[in-house]
Write a protein that binds this ligand. Structure first.
Ligand SMILES: O=C(O)CCC(=O)C(=O)O
Length: 289
């Protein structure tokens, strides 16, 4: 039987050693309201501007609401608006702010490299079976052990709205075998028979989860009537660690025509952060897994 327990909450005030011990033990760290809520709210509205008329902001519930047909990542409708979301400076700047960087430093040390690829999630209701399956980012990003993921809720997200679930301690058993699956990413990794306890909580806007590259995680099905879950995530590592080449491309740039950095940067008001990774010292292109 699957058991769900709340996420273990970490506090910014804890010592680096305490936080690192917990990260090594659990494979993740969860911080409440660690990211400026106004920045999250602004980004949510920036994304919603492009998602209209399919998804609108429900003023009463203060949540994104599906009004059109549900869709999933890679559906034609998603391909239409995702490049616009990818072109937002607020989307790409999001993880390059002090609040996010400070917490990355806890995990990888003083010099952080934020992966250029930033990922926006639009988890629609009525697409059961297409939620993110259990997986490890080590495989999806061809990453080494010092890479970690960072996921941030852009609005309050309650049970049944597609919350992120983590399998505590699962990072200790290396990179697992995968099989093809429906849902975001298209593959699911092995979950061992004795791994029955998942960690998950209702989260608030600005809550942040950091997870180890081998920590198994997935999204719960969005079983709500019409609430869409919006979140953003990226990967990071200690500066100089090997980075697989596809992480330097925009998310889905490999399959959507013209979704490249020239398109993304075309209307940016300044060049800050454009091509910031160009001198990165260790890029590799052979698949590891
Ligand atoms: O938000 C989701 O549905 C998936 C997030 C995820 O898998 C990740 O950040 O690696």
């Amino acid at each position: 039987m699957t058991v769900f327990q709340p996420l273990i909450t970490s506090r910014k005030e804890e010592s680096t050693e305490q936080l690192q011990d917990r990260f090594n033990e659990q494979g993740y760290l969860y911080f409440k309201q660690a990211i400026n809520p106004q920045r999250c709210e602004r980004l949510m509205h920036d994304m919603l501007n492009f998602l209209q008329p399919h998804i609108v902001f429900d003023q009463q519930r203060q949540l994104p609401q599906l009004v059109g047909e549900p869709f999933f990542e890679t559906d034609p409708i998603w391909d239409q608006f995702y490049p616009k979301i990818q072109s937002l400076p607020s989307f790409h700047n999001f993880f390059h702010q002090a609040d996010a960087l400070r917490l990355m430093q806890v995990v990888v040390g003083p010099e952080v490299f934020v992966y250029p690829m930033k990922l926006g999630r639009i988890a629609c209701p009525k697409k059961l079976g297409y939620e993110t399956p259990p997986h490890q980012d080590a495989r999806s990003h061809q990453a080494g052990p010092t890479m970690a993921g960072m996921w941030v809720a852009l609005h309050d997200t309650k049970k049944g709205m597609g919350r992120l679930q983590l399998l505590p301690g699962s990072h200790k058993q290396g990179v697992r075998t995968v099989k093809v699956a429906d849902g975001v990413g298209g593959v699911q990794c092995e979950v061992f028979a004795d791994e029955r306890t998942w960690h998950v909580s209702d989260v608030e806007r600005g809550d942040l989860i950091i997870f180890h590259s081998c920590c198994v995680h997935r999204a719960e099905p969005n079983t709500s009537e019409n609430t869409v879950r919006l979140s953003i995530d990226t990967r990071f590592c200690d500066y100089g660690a090997p980075v697989f080449i596809s992480n330097l491309d925009p998310h889905h740039g490999w399959r959507i025509d013209n979704l490249n950095w020239e398109f993304i940067y075309k209307d940016w008001p300044d060049a800050h952060l454009q091509y910031y990774w160009r001198d990165y010292p260790d890029i590799f292109s052979d698949f590891r897994y």
